[in-house]
Design a protein around this ligand. Sequence first.
Ligand SMILES: [Cu+2]
Length: 117
Amino acid sequence: MTTTGWRWARAAAAAALLAFGGGASAAGRVIEVKAKRFEFSPAELRLKLGEPVTLRVTSADVTHGFYQKELGIDAEIEPGRATEVALTPTRAGRFTLICDHFCGAGHGNMRLVLVVE
Ligand SMILES: [Cu+2]
């Protein structure tokens, strides 16, 4: 490769980094979500249609589920480690994500609303 060609390659690599927000991974914006009996925090998230995000979910107590059928989300959230759920919403609307792993008496009220707009 010529010196000029090499410079162009480096410039292209720098531009690619900028495109992903200068350091963030290709999986996009990382959003922290905490799960505990019997709520997700935050309880509502606003997402942009077509924007890749990573939900980084941790549990403060026991194993919880993390399930939303239309968006194809189905994960187990175990205490002691973060579970990363990559997601690029392709449909607008309000989607209610639930805990589908029985975690106690208030389990049925454990919801996270994903608003995609
Ligand atoms: Cu739960």
